[in-house]
Design a protein around this ligand. Structure first.
Ligand code: F6P
Length: 359
């Protein structure tokens, strides 16, 4: 009997169910006796021994379903050694205890950066762990793509497309603020796909004057509108030397709801022109996975199941040059995959006339 635990942790995204289905279907096909246990709301369920037995039927009909059938929550890695209220155990000890109580052979963790840090901690304590890479931010080290990313790019692009038509009609300047946490992959890809005129990402600090110059240049070419795709984590050149903590503090005391609103006010002051802001927010993480993500999530799930069958644990599944690979958790944990400055899409975008606010 093979006994497998599964959980989805951190922010949800498209493709989580497809990936779990890929694991489950492969195991049911390849092994005579398999039992799968799903922990509810990610590591919370593992900590609190809140789980349910998953029947094969529960993995049917979920390929196209967004979100996660197991629920998810954010359980910060930095608190994993804290004691649980009213108990003598730490969260880590409680997770190990849950794994042992269910007599699991392995645990499949679907998540992003925080999830994989905790996955490594569990692996360091002799639990058999396999990680699957999910995040719309695409910032996971060790994989070219994570599932959820392409679906979010598709949604963000359709937002830019929609804004394009109204911006054209009115001859307006729009800032579309996109998710991505501290990296710019989502904004870069959606910005290029949506034909944005300016793309602002955290990896390339911008100057307001430079953005204003780009817009003025377009106006002088008789272009009636401008579209700025801005990452939620974009930073001004004057903020570039701040530590992560200092930046966090600066953002929490900022008088605007987000960076896009601040830039809109600054551009208004600089150019005397009214700027509109659109923030699609969590909509980017919602709804059905796009076909690309259904395929990627299925590949990740099936490859993860193969690692389980071979008894190879302590890895995150990744994709390199379109080939599935296993990446040691210690290589992944705690590392961020930012957009490199020499990324070819950045280069092509610049060469084709898109501004990044640092010109
Ligand atoms: O990591 C995924 C993500 O959607 C980021 O792009 C965003 O910054 C964050 O999660 C939002 O977190 P929450 O869902 O907790 O508001």
């Amino acid at each position: 009997m093979l006994r497998v635990g599964m959980l989805t942790s951190g922010g949800d995204c498209q493709g989580l169910n497809a990936a779990m289905r890929g694991v489950a279907k492969t195991l049911y096909e390849q092994v005579d006796e398999v039992e799968i246990y799903g922990f509810i709301d990610g590591y919370r369920g593992l900590i609190e021994f809140d789980y349910r037995y998953m029947s094969p039927a529960q993995f049917s009909g979920i390929l196209t379903l967004g979100g996660t059938i197991l629920g998810t929550s954010r359980q910060p890695f930095k608190n994993m050694l804290d004691p649980i209220e009213g108990s003598s155990m730490t969260k880590l000890e409680a997770m190990i205890t849950s794994y042992r109580r269910l007599n699991l052979d392995c645990l499949v963790t679907l998540g992003g950066n925080g999830t994989h840090k905790t996955a490594k901690l569990l692996a360091d304590h002799d639990l058999n762990v396999i990680g699957l890479p999910k995040t719309i931010d695409n910032d996971l080290w060790g994989t070219d793509k994570s599932f959820g990313f392409q679906s979010a790019v598709d949604i963000a692009t359709s937002v830019i497309d929609g804004i394009h038509t109204t911006a054209t009609s009115h001859g307006r300047i729009f800032i579309i603020e996109l998710m991505g946490h501290n990296v710019g992959w989502l904004t870069l890809h959606a910005g290029v796909a949506g034909g944005a005129d300016v793309i602002l990402i955290p990896e390339i600090p911008y100057r307001v004057e430079s953005v204003a110059r780009a817009i003025s240049a377009r106006s002088s070419q008789k272009k009636r509108f401008s579209i700025i795709a801005m990452a939620e984590g974009a930073i001004e050149a004057s903020e570039a030397d701040l530590s992560r903590e200092e930046l966090k503090l600066a953002r929490s005391t900022m008088e605007y709801p987000s960076v896009a609103y601040r830039l809109a006010a600054q551009l208004d002051a600089e150019m005397g022109q009214e700027i509109r802001v659109t923030v699609p927010g969590h909509f980017q993480r919602g709804g059905t996975p796009c076909p690309y993500d259904r395929v990627l999530a299925t590949r990740c799930g099936c490859y993860g199941a193969e690692l389980i069958l071979k008894g190879e644990f302590g890895y995150m599944v990744g994709v390199h040059d379109n080939v599935m690979v296993k990446v040691p958790l210690e290589e992944v944990a705690g590392r961020l995959k930012s957009v490199p400055l020499d990324n070819d899409l950045v280069t092509f975008a610049r060469r084709s006339g898109i501004f990044f606010g640092d010109e």
